[in-house]
Design a protein around this ligand. Structure first.
Ligand SMILES: Nc1ncnc2c1ncn2[C@@H]1O[C@H](COP(=O)(O)OP(=O)(O)O)[C@@H](O)[C@H]1O
Ligand SMILES: [Mg+2]
Length: 341
């Protein structure tokens, strides 16, 4: 049992029209996701923009109500908790957003920004809070003497993201969602933030859900990767298996777009796969396998059959008709070369 479990999570946003807000459709942002994140581990959620990653994270943190499905934290279902019980759980689950420029209040000094969660949850005396802010700044490698009383605008992007991380750590959480934590930063700064996050994880026993559209970035951070496409997980595996033996045509396409894969890995992807077209809108998800209109390995039936996520190896699951025994796939392990290479 993981520290964080998502079971059949669905989040649909209604599309309404006109003055009476008549419901004319829905955006299927998240459409039946199961996830399990082990304590102390990092799960990376990867996929193109619009695939539902942020929405799923917000439902997991109960910042958004689920349309259906269940989320549990440390063995306790949180989908149905009332506000009082939720408040206690919230302290243990935090989020760091993509853009530290907009997630930090420009009118507050750094010490006030980091102290805010402590004040909201009424933790400690003023003196204790001051010391705690100092400790947190040291933890994220910002000397407290230099940074305590500055405003966000006087900090670099990387320093601001360190402040956002310090604030997320203030209440001693067990689980942190990092939503595109480095995509607003330069490559050299990205690497430093990743190193910091890994060190904090090790020192504090943190569990992470890292969201990224960039597979090459999560390779150095994650233990397990879940690839999302239009609201569903299409493949999930440990990092080594996902990079070494990708099964889903979409995962292969994402991997082939990474310039730095080794020769061994690129041998598995015989040619560079270029996906045609854009990711469709989740307001009109294609029939059958949602990926079929863009799939280079498409066969007869892909526009009709919605493939289940099935086991394709040890702790490795993929949802593609080529592996789905219910639709004539050869079954475990044997499906790897059927029509895909
Ligand atoms: N509050 C909302 N109301 C309506 N649609 C939304 C809302 N939030 C997100 N969406 C839609 O849900 C889909 C998934 O968005 P998001 O979860 O932000 O994807 P990602 O983080 O993978 O880029 C997008 O089509 C987005 O426009
Ligand atoms: Mg997002």
């Amino acid at each position: 049992m993981g520290l964080v479990e998502a079971e059949a999570v669905v989040k649909h946003f209604p599309i309404t029209k006109g003055f009476l807000r008549r419901r004319v459709g829905e955006v299927k942002a998240v459409d039946g996701v199961n996830l399990s994140i082990k304590e102390g581990a990092t799960l990376a959620l990867v996929g193109e923009s619009g695939s539902g990653k942020t929405t799923l994270a917000r439902v997991i943190l109960r910042l958004l109500p689920a349309t259906s499905g269940r989320v549990s934290f440390d063995g306790r279902e949180i989908t149905t908790l009332d506000d009082g019980a939720l408040r206690a759980v919230r302290q243990k689950m935090q989020i760091v957003f993509q853009n530290p420029a907009s997630s930090l209040n420009p009118r507050r000094r750094i010490n006030e920004i980091i102290e805010e969660p402590l004040l909201i949850h009424r933790v400690g005396t003023p003196g204790e809070r001051r010391r705690r802010v100092g400790e947190l700044l040291e933890r994220v490698e910002l000397p407290s003497q230099d940074f305590m009383f500055r405003y966000p605008h006087s900090l670099s992007g990387g320093q601001r993201q360190r402040v956002a991380i310090a604030r997320a750590l203030a209440l001693d959480p067990r689980f942190i969602v990092l939503d595109e934590p480095t995509s607003a930063l330069d490559v050299s700064v990205q690497a430093k933030i990743i190193t910091l996050l890994r060190r904090l994880q090790r020192d504090m026993g943190l569990t992470y859900l890292v969201i990224s559209h960039d597979l090459s970035l999560v390779r150095n951070v994650a233990d397990v990767i879940a690839v999302m496409y239009l609201g569903r997980v299409v493949e999930t595996a440990a990092v080594a298996a996902l990079f070494g033996d990708p099964k889903h045509p979409y995962t292969r396409a994402l991997l082939s777009a990474i310039p730095t894969v080794s020769d061994e890995e690129s041998a598995l992807i015989p040619e560079k796969i270029t996906l045609g077209g854009e990711i469709p809108s989740p307001a009109s998800v294609p029939s059958g396998c949602a990926f079929h209109p863009r799939c280079y390995a498409r066969i007869e039936g892909c526009d009709r059959v919605t493939p289940e996520l099935v086991r394709v190896g040890p702790d490795h699951h993929a949802s593609c008709i080529l592996y789905d025994p219910a639709h004539g796939a050869p079954g475990l392990h044997g499906g790897g070369s059927s029509g895909m290479d």
